[in-house]
Design a protein around this ligand. Sequence first.
Ligand code: ADP
Ligand code: ZN
Ligand code: ZN
Length: 756
Amino acid sequence: MKYVDVILPLPLEGTFTYAVPAAMQSKAVAGVRVLVPLGKTKTYTALVLRQHDSKPDFDVRDIYAVLDDEPVLLSTQFSLWQWIADYYMAPLGDVYKAALPAGLKAEDGYRPRTELYVKLAEPLRHEHALHVALSTFGRAARQQQVFMEYLAMSHWDTLEGDATAEEVEEITRDELMNTTHCTAAVIKSLTERKFLVAYQREVGRLNRGGEPHPENIKRLNEAQQDAYNHILLQSMSKNVVLLHGVTSSGKTEIYIHLIAKALQEHRQVLYLLPEIALTVQITSRLQRVFGSRLGIYHSKYSDAERVEIWKKQLSPHPYDIILGARSAVFLPFRQLGLVIVDEEHETSFKQEEPAPRYHARSAAIMLARLSGAKTVLGTATPSMESYHNAMTGKYGYVQLSTRYKGISLPQIQVVDIKDLQRRKLMSGPFSPQLLAAVREALGQQRQVILFQNRRGFAPMLECKVCGWVPKCKNCDVSLTYHKNLNQLTCHYCGFTYQVPAACPNCGNTDLTGRGYGTEKIEDYIRDLIPEARVARMDLDTTRTRQAYERLISDFAEGRTNVLIGTQMISKGLDFDRVSVVGILNADSMLNYPDFRAYEHAFMMMSQVSGRAGRRGKRGLVMLQTKNPDLAVIRQVVGHDYEGFYNELMEERRLFRYPPFYHLVYVYLKHSKDSLVETAGIMMGSQLRQWFGARVLGPDKPAVARVKSMNIRKIVLKLENGLDRAAVRQYLRQARQLLMQDKRFAALQVYYDVDPQ
Ligand code: ADP
Ligand code: ZN
Ligand code: ZN
């Protein structure tokens, strides 16, 4: 008897074993999907991890069916899944769920799109037979005409003797109808009379990028060429190289050269980006050179499209280059030679919710290692971790400190809004200086980017009389006011509420919005500068891929000239005519209660500044803050990454944070607060027995209730050099011990490893 160990798409640890009926043995191999029973009634699409002969010591059930002729998963992918499940302490089933497009998980989820084709009937595929047939049309002139046209279009008419079907063009019924202007009825009679045969054929949904144009590769300038050479040189001894190049230094052009080299060596390339908005721009830059050798993969593609790309990567003619966001690390590659992680500092590479809470940068490095490929991390503002790895020699390091064409980095002007507010000189969120700069830029036919890291209209609504603030009933947060939708929304659980007509507390009808979201900024600009053509890019305006593409192309082509946005606009976008960038409120980023607040704020401000003056004149950045004297503001203004890094490293060492320590957060969630309180205390003392003072908490996090679940958080600070596999073993054990307590049956316990 043969058995298979399979992965189920459920949040369960480990694998499950089933027996394989004899007839299925040759097909139920590693990497194929099988249908299996679970419990009394359930059926799941499971994935075979391996086939073996060792009978388990429990009753095993048979698999129902094998769904694939060929594996849909390669062995390196399995290894990556296992690494992710182990390192991030996530159930393997959750990795399976995250990795595979839904259409590959359900046996009937993916229906290939088909199109109706017509072809010459088999008996007529001979010159003589065809002549005989043509003489039988008689008075059916229209049918004959259409049939003759078909023969011409398909080239059957130029073939001699026993022609084969391979030599002719395939013609769709619609093409034939369009060319001959005939009705479907005419073609139907031709098929009924057995001249033509109609058949369905699967058609690709994938975009075709056209022919590659290697001549479109730009020549690197001296600094770029130097960086390129150094990357190759360092790759000989290091698996990972950090390319630290200021904004607009031409890193993307260097990647293009690296990609071209990999393709010459018949290797594939994975190019990861943190933000879907960015894929739009990079796609057109890559397509100009690599044409249809480029495939794109991210969550805004339909599931059917993702299934198709997945299958293409397994076919004999895969894309040579995949450009994608986080989830693209899960695609199959047979010949991976190079992984590029662009904007490597971006925290959106880390998946927060749901499990697996993996970091795509780490996963990409691991994938490269498993595939024998090299990784290039690129950014203007390296993450603390990567820079530290580069400085200690674990990674290679290549620096590029001049902008392409020698344009200076933008001038950053700090505007003290505390003083201006006191003197009542602000127009809402705008200082007079910023407004003047915006007006001047628009007057000179230039463009403006305004950055505000809050979406919606106002982060909260408040009663002017009694101070009442509407809160979410499921979460411990105030609601965001969305004026366009005229509703209040919880940004934690997504729940929406009607805007109350009056304060439920005191009856006052004067409810005002406090703070500024992107929507309100947009209103202000329309009001203050009516001639501006404003666009807004945030989560609310980019629900579809088309919406992204339109926002970006409108701005790139000048149909809009003021782009307002959240962190989405800070990441690597390249526009020609942006001369002014406004950072409306630096303080909201700096006041965030997290040890990474300054790191994030520095990177966000440096990145968004980098959107200014990329071509032609030097750009101007107006940075509005109430804390102009903070060191981090000075460091942003001075483009002083090293200063920022060195200062923050001191703090990190002192307070035991990464990169000197690894962090693991333990989250406990339960609908009952007293229960989660008890569980947190028990878990904390258990962990303290093993890890001592490395354990902090349990504490209530800043938002202590989300989606009706009360939360406790325990922090583990683990010094480098600790056996991390052993640590994970202890952590799993701690959870098991806790879950044995019947009271905690509904308790959720999970880990966030390397939280961002
Ligand atoms: P980065 O990725 O470092 O921000 P980009 O690669 O986007 O920089 O380059 C900035 C701009 O300069 C882009 O518009 C790019 O097309 C242009 N550029 C960079 N290098 C070259 C080159 N070698 N030849 C022509 N144009 C270049
Ligand atoms: Zn009130
Ligand atoms: Zn909520």
